[in-house]
Design a protein around this ligand. Structure first.
Ligand code: PLP
Length: 464
């Protein structure tokens, strides 16, 4: 067998990658031509690539490496667990210590009566579990026709058939016959793009009340649940007006539906508290967790379920589960990750020290000629690029043209900043230092300047 290692030349690794590796959310032919960046090592907030670049990871991988790279404690725990009990299932009246300990720890961390955990391997799987669970819940209560789940356009809930159906990404629905039946989407609370002449406050209320209208239209006796991210992540770090969140909670309370908070990004410190629901004042019946649960060191996810829901589900057999539900190695790694986040006060420090520091620098980016709004909660932030700040206009070019240009400038300047359309977004590891934030902002500004110059050069600095 060919020895493929870090020692091969980059071009050779890229050629093998192009020949055999299919990338998620990627146009394969275009990538093959260009060659993928080969990431070789990482430490703290820094990635190394095969060309010797040191790149500041402003996205925590895919929003998951909350604890930062290079924590060898997690590797030690994984090795120990693999030697002791590498695998066992929890299907047939058996259990194991890592699953017990992690479920108990999550029950302790989660607010209110969220005391029960159903494990999955990924956020998408956990949301599939949620679809099954909320429908089963109402069926058990004698209301099997209560099965519609309301979600939001431009929300993201994963990429399985269920997860992508809950999500409101039109590009995903366009492939493979989605969404599945009995999923209904309402509009997102993105004031910058869709607020028109309304004040942000009016708009926040109006968008929340779409939930109430949808429940009325579909019928209270048909709607099982509402699912939303406390703050939309993949949709572009859309932070709604303050009026939105309490109105959503009021409507869920008033209409006898279950409320699912998808905390896959917002959980585990991202918003400056343990859960995004605490930051935005939601009291969900179920929380989806993944990503920061293990800081991405091992695949694991789950649904944290309230006493109310669990007590109904536990009354009969729930015909659902995954081979890797509560995988002992992943569970042990997650537990160690939570121990470090907790004992080193990483979540607390992110909320009290790092987030305010980043907020000041981030919001100052609005002085840039191409930056319309700059939004931030905790350590997730976005800017809207625009050729017309006053009119909040998009560019005349296809959405994402300028965003992609900016992302490429960021890459060239050794900063990972992602684009969603023409919004630029960051979600750095919670352990980022104030010095590293200065570096991040410096590189972001340089990249914005270079993008601005290029956009003007190419005659693209004009509104639609
Ligand atoms: C990433 C994400 C998911 C899907 O998680 P996977 O582990 O990729 O399946 C679900 N919900 C939200 C909010 C996410 O950001």
């Amino acid at each position: 067998m060919k020895d493929i290692s870090n020692h091969l030349p980059t071009a050779e690794l890229q050629a093998l990658d192009a020949a055999h590796h299919m990338h998620p959310f990627t146009e394969g032919d275009a990538l093959a031509k260009k060659g993928a960046k080969v990431i070789t090592r990482a430490e703290g907030v820094w990635l190394n690539d095969s060309e010797g670049n040191r790149i500041l990871d402003g996205m925590s991988g895919l929003w998951c490496v909350n604890i930062g790279y290079g924590r060898t404690e997690l590797a030690d725990v994984a090795a120990r667990q693999m030697r002791e009990l590498p695998y066992y299932n929890t299907f047939f009246q058996t259990t194991h210590v890592p699953a017990i300990a992690l479920a108990a720890k999550l029950a302790e961390l989660a607010p209110g009566d969220l005391n029960h955990v159903f494990f999955a391997g990924s956020g998408s799987e956990a949301n599939d579990t949620n679809i099954r669970m909320v429908r089963h819940y109402w069926a058990e209560l004698g209301k099997p026709e209560k099965k519609i789940i309301i979600a939001r356009k431009n929300g993201y809930h994963g990429s399985t058939m269920g997860g992508a159906s809950l999500g409101g990404m039109s590009g995903m629905h366009a492939q493979g016959g989605l969404p599945i039946p009995d999923i209904h989407h309402i509009d997102q609370p993105d004031w910058w793009s869709e607020g028109g002449d309304m004040s942000p406050e009016e708009f926040g209320l109006a968008r929340a009340r779409e939930l109430e209208k949808a429940i009325e239209k579909l019928g209270k006796d048909k709607v099982a649940a509402f699912i939303a991210e406390p703050i939309q992540g993949a949709g572009g770090v859309i932070i709604p007006p303050e009026t939105y969140w309490p109105e959503i909670q009021r409507i869920c309370d008033a209409n006898d539906i279950l409320f699912i908070a998808d905390e896959v990004i917002c959980g585990f410190g991202r918003t400056g508290q343990w859960f995004g629901s605490q930051t935005v004042g939601w009291r969900p019946d179920i929380m989806t967790i993944a990503k920061g649960l293990s800081s991405g060191y091992a695949p694991i996810a789950g649904s944290i379920v309230s006493d109310k829901v669990a007590s109904v589900i536990s009354g009969s057999e729930f015909n659902h589960g995954y081979t890797y539900s509560g995988h002992p190695v992943s569970a042990a790694v997650a537990l160690e990750n939570l121990r470090i986040l907790d004992e080193e006060k990483i979540v607390e420090n992110a909320g009290k020290v790092t987030a305010p520091y980043l907020k000041e620098k981030w919001e100052a980016l609005t002085d840039h000629p191409m930056v319309g709004e700059a939004k931030i909660v905790g350590l997730m932030a976005s800017i809207a690029m625009t050729p017309d700040k006053e009119g909040r206009k998009p560019f005349a070019s296809d959405a994402g043209t300028v965003g992609l240009m900016c992302r490429e400038r960021c890459f060239a300047n050794n900063l990972v900043m992602r684009h969603v359309g023409d919004r630029m977004i960051i979600a750095p590891p919670l352990v980022i230092s104030t010095d590293e934030i200065d570096t991040l902002i410096e590189r972001a500004r340089k990249s914005l300047d270079e993008t601005y110059a290029k956009v003007k050069d190419e005659g693209l600095f004009k509104p639609a």
